[in-house]
Write a protein that binds this ligand. Structure first.
Ligand code: BTN
Length: 267
């Protein structure tokens, strides 16, 4: 029995079932790579796989997940206009993910720029889910392949950062169909809203869930020297606002890590 049964999933989606076409695979290299290869796939196409042999993460990293402990899927969504209108899309996806998990009873879940879903804990935040958004465009429209990897239980093995599972966030033994249907429902709502009004319409919601607001952080980007500062949230395009010794900087790419809580004084 595969981990996801499309018939059961359609039943969980209820009235939203008509908005999604679901292909459940036992194994593939990466659900996002698989969807990117399907040039004619309709908007709302979902590829969900029990097992990925070459799961991909942000910035060329790999994404490791064990079938029994994870939910890995990708969703294709088409938008009118140019990709320039899609700033902040991956942050909006993070908001949809947190809303879905909260709607099922998940607790202590929040966001870190640009698009990590974390479980907040006194001894440090740990990653619950990762989001990889890949854009492509033609003349007057564009498409996003939105890949999501969610830990049902913490993965084992060598990881770049501490990881957590939904079992630690108040959702032990969650049914995958219920979970995927809740996420797709929230994604449909937020992507519709985003298509109309852009990230600005979702920004306040992102800020409410931002776990590292006003905390001292270090930004690492291969293309530039590391920057330290206070994390001041995001702007209407989803760019990070970092208060540094030389003023407020607007950052569009990079990885954030927390700095020890030293006092930072900027004049
Ligand atoms: C990150 O680096 O945090 C993003 C990880 C995204 C992983 C998901 S799993 C489903 C989809 N398929 C992939 O190969 N990657 C994304």
């Amino acid at each position: 029995m595969p981990l996801i049964d499309p018939i059961l999933l359609q039943a969980c989606l209820g009235e939203l079932a008509g908005r999604f076409v679901v292909d459940a695979l036992a194994v593939c290299d990466s659900t996002s790579s698989e969807l990117l290869r399907r040039a004619a796939a309709p908007s709302g196409m979902v590829v969900v796989a029990d097992r990925q042999t070459a799961g991909r993460g942000r910035r060329g990293r790999s994404w490791l997940s064990a079938p029994e402990n994870s939910l890995t899927f990708s969703l294709l969504w088409r938008f009118a206009g140019s990709p320039a209108r899609l700033g902040g899309l991956s942050l909006a996806v993070g908001v949809a993910l947190v809303r879905a998990l909260e709607s099922l009873g998940g607790q202590g879940i929040g966001l870190k720029w640009p698009n990590d879903v974390l479980l907040a804990a006194a001894d440090g935040d740990a990653k619950l889910a990762g989001i990889l958004v890949e854009l492509a465009s033609s003349r007057d429209r564009c498409q996003a392949v939105i890949g999501i990897g969610l830990n049902l239980a913490p993965p084992v093995g060598q990881l770049a950062q501490p990881a957590a599972g939904l079992d630690q966030a108040g959702l032990p033994g969650i049914d995958r169909h219920t979970l995927l249907a809740a996420i797709l429902g929230q994604l449909a709502a937020i992507l519709d809203h985003f298509a109309q009004s852009g990230f600005a319409a979702v920004r306040a919601d992102w800020q409410c869930r931002h776990l590292w607001q006003d905390r001292p952080v270090q930004l690492v980007d291969a293309a530039a020297a590391p920057l330290t500062g206070l994390c001041r949230g995001v702007d209407d395009d989803g760019a990070l606002l970092l208060e540094t010794a030389s003023g407020l900087q607007r950052i569009v790419s990079g990885d954030l890590s927390l700095r020890p809580a030293v006092q930072m004084v900027f004049e």
